[in-house]
Design a protein around this ligand. Structure first.
Ligand SMILES: Cc1cc2nc3c(=O)[nH]c(=O)nc-3n(C[C@H](O)[C@H](O)[C@H](O)COP(=O)(O)OP(=O)(O)OC[C@H]3O[C@@H](n4cnc5c(N)ncnc54)[C@H](O)[C@@H]3O)c2cc1C
Length: 439
């Protein structure tokens, strides 16, 4: 059997997860079992894939294996924006490919809809709110990004509202941004609560095993997967282990392992909250792609996210975490100069696979092996729709959305290691310098 060469080693610094009430996890896999389908990874993609497989094949046994506790992987470490617009909406040349962009948006909206159906059906308590997202700028460069963004939105007839400096200060409370653009079609939620809710309401023919990392694998079919305490044999495998897919020997040399980071303050006191003013909750996505995401949360905490680090082993601890925490501190204090005494309670990282050419790894990857990996920036909504669609593909169910996913390219080849590492680090550094105060 081949050993899986890259495994999640998450810490317990994820603020979303740690601030949830305790929950009894599902039992790890033990003994030697068989299943009609095995899904690896219980993030947005694996949970929606397992859900859809359970719906389409009610007589099949579906096993979902998760290395960690559900909610402590990248899905539950995200900033909780289920975004409708494709992430490259601000990219140059956007207007030339309006049809393509409309398809991207349709995919993301289908992901939002599938998540929302589960949230509504099972009354999942995750603060699911169609709050939209506010792209805010604090520099001339950021303002130019916003101009480009609104021109792109005009081109595809998407709704938005522009706020000048005074109106932006009024809404957000803080005197930092000079202009903002609000688009209505994004959902904000508590991401760890959402994935936990999805995991707790899977169809009855789906069995979830948490704390069950696949450590060895023999591709078949039948495929044989071994965890620490058990094994499972299956004719059909669905890979949804995004940041760790390369550890299965998948798309070797084509995935770029990246970690991005978040921090969360303690809850503000009523006095501290009143000192900011503005709306009680909001979510800001930076005008500059390398800037800082900020959310003001319903429980009074403030979330900050920025910094992408290249990590060949997808590590979320050590010096990189300290460095990210320091960057978050600077970003927080710039935006909230009256709250410099408010500490962060949590700083965490989450691992993702990216591709140099921005293309997904979706579809049939080998005999009896399907995958839905690499979501490039909008992994909540895109991961959800890809999970659903990959299950439909495995069950022979066609659709226009599935055709749209299958028509996309695949990740292109990286330059060899260690050049890729240097390249990504230098690129990230250059983007950070360009972002300036937007960080
Ligand atoms: C700080 C941060 C902020 C982010 N903010 C946003 C945001 O606001 N909006 C957005 O759309 N995206 C955001 N993202 C990206 C988003 O989190 C990912 O794109 C999304 O989680 C991808 O979902 P997934 O299910 O494909 O992969 P994951 O969520 O990574 O799930 C894969 C699962 O596979 C498991 N796994 C891996 N290897 C094995 C193994 N060998 N055996 C068993 N299980 C295994 C992992 O433990 C993991 O739980 C953010 C990410 C981070 C880190």
């Amino acid at each position: 059997m081949a050993a899986v060469s890259l495994l999640p080693r998450n810490d317990r610094n994820n603020g979303w997860f740690e601030t949830l009430p305790p929950r009894l996890p599902s039992a790890p896999l033990t003994g030697d079992v068989g299943a009609d389908v095995v899904v690896v990874g219980a993030g947005f993609t694996g949970l929606t894939a397992a859900r859809r497989l359970g719906e389409l094949r009610p007589d099949a046994s579906v096993l979902l294996l998760e290395a960690d506790l559900v909610g402590n992987g990248a899905a539950g470490r995200s900033s909780g924006f289920a975004i409708d617009h494709a992430h490259n909406l601000r990219a140059k040349g956007f207007g030339d490919t309006a049809e393509h962009e409309r398809r991207q948006i349709a995919l993301n909206r289908a992901g939002q809809a599938y998540l929302e159906a589960a949230v509504v059906d099972h009354d999942v308590d995750c603060g699911w709110a169609w709050a939209g997202k506010t792209h805010a700028a604090c520099t001339d460069r950021g303002a130019r990004h916003l101009d480009h963004f609104t021109a792109s939105l005009d081109h595809i007839d998407e709704a938005y509202e522009v706020f000048d400096e005074a109106a932006t200060v009024d809404r957000l409370g803080i005197d930092f941004y000079t202009r903002s653009v609000h688009t209505p079609g994004t959902v904000q939620m508590q991401p760890a609560a959402l994935v936990r809710g999805l995991a707790d309401h899977l169809p009855s023919n789906v069995t979830l095993h948490e704390q069950s990392p696949v450590v060895d694998l023999d591709f078949g079919p039948p495929h044989l997967l071994r965890t620490d305490a058990g094994s499972v044999r299956t004719p059909e495998l669905v890979l949804a282990n995004n940041g760790f897919a390369e550890g299965f020997g998948i798309a070797r040399g084509r995935l770029v392992p990246v970690v991005t980071w978040g921090s969360m303050t303690r809850p503000l006191t009523d006095e501290e909250s009143a000192s900011i003013g503005g709306d009680r909750t909001w979510g800001v996505i930076p005008a500059d792609p390398s800037g800082t995401t900020v959310r003001r949360l319903a429980d009074g905490r403030i979330l900050v996210r920025n910094v992408y680090s290249y990590s060949r082993r997808s590590r979320v601890d050590g010096r990189q975490r300290e460095r990210a925490g320091r960057a978050h501190r600077r970003s927080f204090e710039r935006r909230f100069p009256g709250l410099t005494h408010v500490p962060f309670e949590y700083t965490w990282g989450g691992a993702l696979s990216m591709a140099r050419n921005g293309q997904p790894l979706f579809g049939e990857l080998g005999p009896g092996v399907h995958g839905a990996l690499v979501h490039n920036g909008t992994g909540i909504s895109r991961g959800a729709v890809c999970g659903k669609l990959v299950a439909e593909l495995a069950c022979g169910e066609g659709s226009d959305l599935l055709d749209a996913m299958l028509a996309m390219g695949r990740p292109n080849r990286n330059v060899p290691s260690p050049v890729i590492g240097w390249g990504v680090r230098m690129y990230a550094r250059r983007l950070q310098l360009q972002a300036g105060r937007e960080m």
